[in-house]
Write a new protein. Structure first.
Length: 488
């Protein structure tokens, strides 16, 4: 492109003051310039220009991955520092910069990793010849120009990848050579491996950090486009197995499947086909993709933010039936309980007809036994039973039916023990008709008005009534609520 002597305007870590001292020499003409490393922004560079005896400094921004640079935010980045300088040398004053570039202040050529074009060196020749011995010896001696480019802008990694010289390629990757440099045609090493139908080389590059979404600077094609266009199904399958996005678009809006079918590779198109669905197959694929690479974002996803925890289960009062009327027993420091409910007509205490029919269907021919012995006094037994005794003719004669349904005021709920299918399970106390207090577990039915849930709740109760083992909790009875309760 340019003779090597025309590129000797780079001055490394030269400071701002020293740059001004060099350029203000009276022998220098307007437009004399040099390029130096930026001290305030690591990785960037500075263009210093003499104009009307004043030195103007312009920040040269380096874009991620390879040697792409720009000075103006409105201008697209250019590939290579030498390309950027040539671009502004050919522009007239006022078209971008307020100065014109004429000649460079003599220094050194720019670093190899900042250039679009270079010169073939020993590492290029050894790699192209597949000479592993020379390559390994160069790397062992700390060869500094790993990313130096030849006349085509290709690095040693390009040369190894396009020819499938995996042994040398692996050695270069282990020595921290870049796998994402672009040559003068805009291709990365992974593009060439896909073009050459080298699935093992493709895997090696991706494992070494190759950007699977690196786009050709002219066409916007990513490596998978190259494989699909050429019909290299082994490469396609290798890339898909490594979670490479299957549906990227070119500048012309073509997916890999479009290119495969257009070139007659219908088997490849079958693997890559997508209708009007998403470009990534699931939300997990989207997150994993952007964790591996920015791909348009400001940076990759790094730190996940978990959702807020569920709110804690609200604490229940000692009794859920009438929490506003809790009173403390006289002469006792024990738990609070509800005051006695005034006597009401017998009809008001009877269960609903719906509950009665459910009990009739679920609890017939079942034997119901408890550890709590019935009280023999007649004054504690209702004169009008709430359920017909014929509904459960086989209930053990030693147990009174009063224990099937427990009044709400005889139950005191404590802390939550856990949560089950139907609702919460509480630690509680059951006050028998004789005044004795028993420690029990009380299982609640969350949705008492749902017939299906209610039936399942009663079916579970029926199963528990049939169980009689010292290692299994026993069902004591029910309370209508609401909510409906199962006392264990």
């Amino acid at each position: 492109m340019n003779p090597e002597a025309d590129l000797c305007w780079f001055h490394g870590k030269l400071s701002r003051d020293d740059a001004e001292g060099l350029l203000k020499n009276e022998l220098n003409e307007n437009g004399t310039f040099l390029v130096r490393e930026s001290r305030t922004s690591i990785g960037d560079y500075v263009l210093s220009v003499l104009w009307n005896q004043q030195v103007h400094h312009y920040q040269i921004r380096k874009h991620k991955e390879d040697a792409f640079f720009c000075i103006e935010e409105t201008e697209p980045p250019l590939h290579g520092l030498e390309t950027l300088i040539e671009h502004y040398k050919n522009k007239k004053q006022g078209s971008g910069l307020n100065v014109s570039l004429t000649k460079g202040y003599k220094g050194e050529p720019p670093p190899p990793d900042t250039r679009r074009h270079g010169r073939t060196n020993l590492l290029h020749r050894a790699t192209g010849e597949g000479n592993y011995t020379i390559v390994s010896e160069l790397l062992k001696c700390g060869y500094r120009s790993l990313d130096a480019k030849n006349e085509l802008g290709q690095t040693a990694v390009h040369l190894a990848a396009k020819d499938g010289i995996d042994e040398i390629l692996k050695k270069l990757i282990e020595s921290k050579a870049s796998v994402n440099c672009r040559d003068s045609a805009g291709y990365t090493p992974l593009h060439y491996a896909c073009q050459s139908n080298l699935p093992n080389t493709v895997r090696l590059l991706i494992q070494g950090g190759a950007n699977v979404q690196a786009r050709n600077t002219s066409t916007g094609m990513v490596p998978l486009h190259e494989a699909a266009k050429a019909g290299h199904i082994d490469v396609i399958l290798a890339m898909l197995s490594m979670n490479v996005p299957a549906h990227p678009r070119t500048i012309a809006d073509d997916t890999p499947a479009d290119l495969a079918r257009r070139n007659g590779h219908y088997k490849c198109g079958k693997y890559l086909f997508i209708d009007d669905g998403p470009y990534l197959d699931s939300l997990e694929h989207v997150v994993e993709h952007y964790r591996c690479m920015p791909d348009g974002l400001r940076g990759p996803l790094i730190y996940p933010i978990p959702p807020k925890p569920r709110p804690p289960i609200p604490e229940m009062p000692p009794s859920i039936f009438n929490p506003n009327t809790l009173t403390k027993r006289k002469g006792s420091g024990g738990p609070r309980s509800l005051p006695a409910i005034p006597a009401t007509p017998a009809t008001s205490a009877t269960p609903s007809s719906q509950l009665e029919s459910q009990i009739q269907s679920y609890f017939q021919n079942l034997s119901f036994q408890m550890d709590i012995k019935p009280v023999a006094t007649t004054e504690n037994i209702p004169q009008h039973s709430s359920v017909d005794t014929n509904l459960n003719s086989n209930i053990n004669s030693t147990v009174s039916y009063i224990h099937d349904f427990i009044p709400g005021e005889n139950l005191i709920l404590r802390q939550v023990l856990g949560e089950g299918e139907f609702g919460e399970v509480y630690e509680g106390e059951y006050q028998t008709s004789s005044g004795k207090t028993e420690s029990v577990a009380i299982k609640t039915l969350r949705d008492s008005h749902n017939n299906v849930t209610r039936e399942e709740f009663l079916r579970e109760a029926r199963l528990m009534m049939n169980l009689n083992h010292h290692c299994i909790v026993k069902l004591i009875g029910f309370s209508e609520g609401p909510p409906m309760l199962m006392v264990l």
